[in-house]
Design a protein around this ligand. Structure first.
Ligand SMILES: [Zn+2]
Length: 130
């Protein structure tokens, strides 16, 4: 009984210090967590699904989105060069032999190409504007 009482009175004096220390630790952890979560999800939209959604946060998905955009950009350049030299749109993306992946790096969907308009786009959700 006395031992317990002594412990209680002893800790009551230091209680404020430990409480302040604990609050400071919570605040620091909170800031770190906010920075960590914000850094990972920055740029990615939460509605994007696909197999890449299993990666922690959206950083990898965001990088793959940049890769998809870059693929489409290169394909459009290749289509433009082909159209300029051949006088017509290529009949298929394979014909271009652009050395670029013809699939979305995020969802692995094949790129949609319209040989009548020369337009290429990605069908992966969120990549419509790429
Ligand atoms: Zn894509």
């Amino acid at each position: 009984m006395t031992a317990k009482h002594q412990l209680a009175s002893c800790s009551s004096e230091r209680g404020y210090l430990t409480l302040i220390g604990l609050l400071a630790a919570i605040v620091i952890i909170g800031i770190l967590f906010a920075l960590y979560a914000g850094g990972l999800t920055g740029g990615g939209s939460p509605e994007q699904g696909g197999p890449a959604a299993t990666t922690p946060g959206g950083a990898k998905r965001s990088a793959q989105g940049v890769l998809c955009r870059n693929n489409l950009s290169q394909l459009r350049t290749a289509i433009s060069i082909h159209t300029g030299s051949a006088g017509s749109f290529p009949t298929s993306l394979e014909e271009l032999n652009a050395g670029v992946s013809l699939r979305c790096p995020v969802g692995d969907e094949p790129y949609q190409y319209d040989s009548t308009t020369g337009q290429v786009h990605c069908v992966h959700p969120g990549h419509e504007g790429y």
